[in-house]
Write a protein that binds this ligand. Structure first.
Ligand SMILES: [Fe+2]
Length: 214
């Protein structure tokens, strides 16, 4: 009698036999979860937010934006890019740009600007600094322009729940910045204090809508 193997069984056997190579940092459990379509939950598209006046094309493909000695709270942002069916989008491009600690954008060069490419699991990450406040904008933010074949380009902004403007309650106070139309763009911040100092990390998942089909 022939053995019937599910996709999960097959992947597990291939992995055990060494017939499947997992990427760096990919556990067997993660690969098994990824292989199961039932684990790809439908997701709401990430809300749109203003492009703003400080976008520049052709930012470098660099994930390390913070230089040693930069005067600011170190910030790591990571996330994953999905479609609305919950499939990770490999190769999505993420252009990000932000002000420095003093609230200034680099208009002559590309400091705190990057063009990133999501990996095979749609993951991206960059090391930066917590952006400063600047005149004309109420809240600290990082700009995003995310694009992938077959998807609508998304301009949006990432905000930080630790921003003093929110007075500890971004769900109630997000509209203190008139450009923020939903608290969904305000992300929790994990603060870590070590003997070397403090640092912050944030997770920001991106969900792109499919292009309309005629
Ligand atoms: Fe801005």
């Amino acid at each position: 009698m022939k053995e019937q193997l599910s996709r999960r069984d097959l992947l597990a056997k291939c992995t055990a036999l060494g017939a499947l190579t997992l990427g760096p940092g990919v556990s067997v459990a993660e690969a098994l979860d990824w292989a199961n379509p039932q684990n790809r939950a439908a997701r709401m598209p990430t809300p749109w937010n203003e492009l703003g006046p400080f976008y520049k094309r052709d930012a470098p493909h660099l994930a390390q934006l913070r230089a040693p000695g930069d005067p600011a709270l170190p910030l790591t942002v990571s996330g994953q890019v999905f479609d609305t069916k919950g499939n990770a989008i490999e190769g999505a491009t993420l252009e990000i740009w932000q002000a420095n600690d003093a609230g200034l954008y680099d208009l002559d060069g590309f400091k705190y600007r990057a063009s990133l490419v999501a990996d095979t699991r749609g993951k991206y990450a960059f090391d930066s600094v917590m952006p400063g406040h600047y005149p004309g904008r109420v809240c600290q933010h990082v700009h995003y322009l995310v694009q992938a074949p077959g998807c609508k380009p998304l301009t949006t902004q990432l905000y930080f729940a630790t921003d003093p403007v929110f007075e500890g309650d971004p769900r109630r106070n997000y509209a203190k910045d008139p450009l923020i139309q939903t608290a969904d763009l305000v992300r929790p911040v994990s603060l870590v204090r070590t003997s070397q100092g403090s640092s912050a990390s944030v997770t920001f998942e991106i969900v792109l809508e499919a292009l309309d089909r005629l």
